[in-house]
Design a protein around this ligand. Structure first.
Ligand SMILES: Cc1ncc(C[n+]2csc(CCOP(=O)(O)OP(=O)(O)O)c2C)c(N)n1
Length: 676
């Protein structure tokens, strides 16, 4: 550890952080100076003395993670990243919040070296960090047994009042305490101010008692007391079986004569006069802006060297671990490289051709097979494993108190999220961000609404979370309109970077999983049926690989059909039956199955037009949902057979009749359109 800082140098460094934030917000005329000013001392203490990282390699797998859940305080993070030598030049700080800069308004994963996850929607950083900590414990149980190897890092975070007000932090906090994630340490920025004024307006709970009740280890410190904070963080690390909350009392806008402690400090530039007064009060030069004094640079240069040296030391230990534990090291590498057998697709498809079943049940079979060859798959459901949404993997233990007696509670692969969809999505993303495991999670498709913020963040970050949703249409039946998705498929398909798969039978389900297993450029989603669907009878020259193109011909009368029926999921078999009726009357009908709209749209336009011509062929889309995302294919004269109202509680056959999803009803609508 480096020499002890003099109080003067410490203050100098903290003021550098404060004035970098102040100057950047002032120049951009946009941003949040208050939290960086109040947090400069605790954040610097954390980064300087506690956080393990190597600025020359922000992805070093053994690093501690740092989550700034109150992402609006992004200038705090950017200042720290710059000062600690990450590849974030001062120019980028000067260009804070400008188009194309590495310092966007809120921390964005993949845009800025050292930013561990995208934060901004309050509460999400808190919940994602729980996933990162869980991934760390899962890694330790598999690879880091005996105190060496991977999985021994900590996940640190700063969370704000807003984070703790958001419900997702309660869900995630509950699970973190229940799972005993002792590797998770959050500082709560207890500044008692939010945008509309003092938090006493709306936030009166006893936060310490809340977290104690959730089985956290809770301490309180004065944010201006670095040694108190140092002791608290050391005690938090010593606490192995409980996550830690360090209640850190701070003053928003600290150092500003007229803004400190006021909500005005939260999200407005201080203004030229107040910047001058603040600099004068701190004895800081008025010019130049974005000043980093020499003594600050010198101290940090030494710390950067020390942190890099500590990393090299850790690498030596890791190499020794590799030698001593070749099988574990090999499994760790296989997981991180997401190794898969070359015959994955055919092994996932085996025996499913010609087999009629619900696609959720096909999905369960396929996931078992996938996890058998790729043991780094971990996941679970929000209390719906019994509905295969997704299932509990056989022969793999449960994570947490459900683990078998004598087993490490993190050795299993089955996660039990409880009825906590919001946190489930975020925790799944956190596991994906850790980059050791490939996580999946699921529930009924309707409850994707509860997970939309996390799904959107996964898409924004392009992390490979897998969302498995079942009961994907009104054909779940008697549970009725509260459980029947209508607009969800369209809404999910509208999220950029998210691949939404709605397979029609066992082969499509297996091929969708095969594609997802090899896709690391963003999240994937499966929408699976509750009800049994018939195995499709596909015409030659069909190959299972055709499914990977997002759409393909199931039945084709030749190059010039009169009608093309485009259907997804459980409606493909229905379209085939309707086509049979029309063909019997002499109408040439092609049936196209479209399990993944975005995949199909990524195909060359020639392929798209070969399936769905852009001439006077009648195109009819069939989907037991709103169906708006298929309208682009049908043109002005085409037809979407979808649903434009909420569902109803009834047996499946009665719903099909009432909502027009019978072969006769579809054929009749096609006839009418042709006549029309
Ligand atoms: C989910 C969500 N809702 C609302 C906002 C807008 N917002 C940004 S900061 C904030 C509250 C600020 O209070 P606090 O968390 O205490 O931050 P501080 O004032 O300490 O900077 C709000 C409502 C947001 N970022 N995310």
């Amino acid at each position: 550890m480096s020499r002890e800082l003099s109080p003067e140098l410490r203050e100098h460094i903290e003021n550098t952080i404060r004035f970098l934030a102040i100057d950047a917000v002032e120049k951009a005329a946009s941003g949040h100076p208050g939290a960086p000013m109040g947090l400069a001392r605790p954040a610097f203490e954390l980064w300087d003395q506690h956080l393990r990282f190597d600025p020359s390699d922000p992805k070093w797998p053994l690093r501690d993670r740092f989550v700034l859940s109150n992402g609006h305080a992004s200038m705090l993070l950017y200042a720290l990243l710059h000062l600690f030598g990450f590849a974030l030049p001062l120019d980028e700080i000067v260009r804070f919040r400008q188009l194309g800069s590495k310092t966007p308004g809120h921390p964005e994963y993949g845009e800025t070296p050292g930013v561990e996850l995208t934060t901004g929607p309050l509460g999400q950083g808190f919940a994602h960090g729980v996933g990162m900590a869980l991934a760390g414990r899962l890694a330790r149980a598999r690879f880091g047994v005996g105190g060496e190897g991977p999985g021994h890092h900590h996940v640190y975070g700063i969370v704000s009042d807003g984070d703790l007000m958001e419900g997702v932090s309660s869900e995630a906090g509950s699970l973190a305490g229940h799972l005993r994630l002792g590797n998770l340490i959050y500082l709560w920025d207890d500044n008692r101010i939010s945008i509309d004024g003092p938090t006493s307006l709306c936030f009166g709970e006893d936060v310490a008692q809340r977290f104690e009740a959730q089985r956290w280890h809770v301490q309180a410190v004065d944010g201006e007391d670095p040694f108190g904070l140092r002791r608290a963080l050391a005690a938090a690390r010593d606490e192995r079986d409980r996550p830690s909350l360090v209640i850190t009392r701070t003053v928003i806008g600290r150092g500003s004569p007229n803004r400190a402690g006021k909500s005005k400090a939260h999200g407005e530039a201080l203004g030229a006069d107040e910047v001058r007064l603040t600099k004068q009060a701190a004895g800081w030069p008025l010019a130049p802006e974005f000043l980093i004094p020499d003594d600050v640079r010198a101290y940090l240069a030494e710390r950067i060297r020390e942190k890099h040296a500590a990393r090299l030391e850790a690498d030596i230990q890791l190499a020794a671990w590799r030698k001593r534990n070749p099988a574990q090291a090999q499994a760790w590498d296989a997981a991180r490289e997401r190794r898969l057998p070359t015959d994955l697709a055919s092994s996932l498809c085996a025996g499913l051709d010609g087999k009629s079943d619900a696609t959720r049940k096909h999905g369960a079979v396929v996931l078992e097979r996938l996890a058998a060859v790729a043991p780094y798959y971990v996941g679970g459901s929000a209390d719906l494993a019994g509905s295969a949404a997704p299932p509990v993997l056989k022969g793999r233990g449960s994570v947490g108190p459900g683990a078998a007696a004598g087993e490490d509670p993190f050795a299993g692969s089955n996660l039990h999220f409880g009825v906590r969809e919001h946190a489930m999505g975020a925790i799944t993303n956190g596991i994906a961000l850790d980059a050791t495991f490939r996580p999946y999670c699921g529930t009924f498709l309707i409850f994707s609404d509860y997970m939309r913020p996390s799904i959107r963040l996964a898409a924004l970050m392009r992390v490979p979370s897998i969302f498995v949703f079942t009961h994907d249409s009104i054909f779940l039946g008697e549970d009725g309109p509260t459980h029947q998705p209508i607009e969800q498929l369209d809404a999910l398909r509208a999220i950029p970077n998210l691949s939404v798969w709605r397979p029609a039978d066992g082969i499509e389900t297996a091929m969708a999983w095969a594609w997802i297993a090899r896709h690391s450029g963003g999240p994937s989603l499966l929408a699976l049926s509750r009800q049994t669907v018939p195995a499709l009878k596909r015409e030659a020259p069909f190959q299972p690989e055709d499914v990977l193109r997002g759409a393909y011909c199931v039945q084709d009368p030749g190059p010039t059909p009169r009608v093309v029926l485009v259907a997804t999921g459980s409606e493909v078999a229905l379209a085939c039956d309707a086509a049979g009726k029309l063909r019997a009357e002499g109408t040439a009908v092609r049936v196209v199955s479209m399990p993944c709209v975005s995949r199909f749209l990524a195909e060359p336009v020639e392929y798209q037009l070969r399936l769905i011509p852009d001439d006077d062929t009648l195109i009819v889309a069939v989907e037991a949902g709103r169906g708006e995302s298929l309208r682009r294919f049908v043109g002005r004269r085409g037809l979407v057979c979808g649903i434009d109202r909420f569902g109803a509680s009834a047996p499946v056959a009665a719903l099909a009749e009432a909502f027009g999803f019978t072969p006769d009803a579809i054929a009749a609508r096609v006839r009418q359109q042709l006549a029309g």
